[in-house]
Design a protein around this ligand. Structure first.
Ligand code: PEP
Ligand code: MN
Length: 263
């Protein structure tokens, strides 16, 4: 179902009224984790003014350590929904557990399946049955064919609305958090009609590397860019070291628009 043979035209996925794919860019921005409501509102207003069209934040955080902040749970979903509504932006948030799909789908416009859960087939099946589009991140050790097969699990449930996200894969080199596989974008485009976006935040883990990798992704044909933004990265509850400040986001968002206009 994901293949170009099944569907030769690029798919356009509607995310709460924002079309993604077929030349229309998803500009997803927001903090790694949902935090206090006033901070969320401040960040959302700033990224919206900078050109973001979908607001992100994790309420259920898949942390490497069980002792790290795990997210605000349903309280976080409510905050995210209220902030999205107040700013007129659809919201995306991660669902980590098949038992929470229904709850997350009640609040979110787009369900994110994280890299660590890309092959959680029970979760993919549940997400495929929810009436919401799915943002499927590439697993850190997944081949492109593995990734498309995971998309297939969602599509096979009758949910045609899947957006793929390249977020970097494991490598031997600690110079970047992950290895940004920019070639994955044209490889996927050669195999599938599904929109594919890039996440240079998790791919590189370093603010200075986010703008060049965001632009490389768009130049390679990505249908959008997913970037973590925080107004005080030093106190962020999660992924602070890779967050862009709102002003830095505004600059890269403008560069992305200028580049996209040339393509
Ligand atoms: C995230 O988007 O905050 C996240 C945890 O991403 P990934 O699953 O790509 O690590
Ligand atoms: Mn993160």
């Amino acid at each position: 179902l994901a293949s170009l043979d099944a569907h030769p035209q690029p798919s356009v996925v509607d995310v709460g009224g924002v079309p993604v794919g077929g030349g229309q860019l998803a500009m997803i921005a927001g903090p790694c984790a949902v935090e206090e409501p006033d901070r969320m509102l401040r960040i959302a207003k700033a990224v919206k003014a900078a050109g973001a069209n979908i607001f992100r934040g994790g309420a259920y955080k898949p942390r490497t350590s069980p002792y790290s902040f795990q997210g605000l749970g349903e309280e976080g979903l409510k905050i995210l929904r209220d902030v999205g509504d107040a700013c007129g932006m659809p919201i995306v948030t991660e669902v980590t557990d098949p038992r929470n799909v229904e709850t997350v789908a009640k609040y979110a416009d787009l369900l994110q399946i994280g890299a660590r859960n890309m092959q959680n087939f029970v979760l993919l099946t549940e997400a495929g049955q929810a009436n919401k589009p799915v943002l499927l991140k590439r697993g850190m050790s997944a081949t492109i064919v593995d990734w498309l097969m995971s998309a297939e699990y969602v599509l096979a449930q009758g949910n045609p609305n899947v957006i793929l996200c390249e977020r970097g894969i494991k490598s031997f080199d600690p110079s970047t958090r992950n290895l940004f596989d920019v070639a994955a974008v044209p490889v996927v485009k050669g195999l599938s009609h599904l929109p594919v976006i890039v996440d240079p935040s998790h791919a590189t883990g370093k603010p200075a590397l986010i703008p060049p990798c965001a632009l490389a992704g768009v130049a390679a044909g990505a249908d959008g860019v997913h970037i973590e933004v925080h107004d005080e990265p030093e106190v962020a509850k999660s992924d602070g070291p890779q967050a862009l400040l709102p002003d830095q986001y505004a600059e890269v968002a403008q560069q992305i628009r200028q580049l996209a206009a040339l393509l």
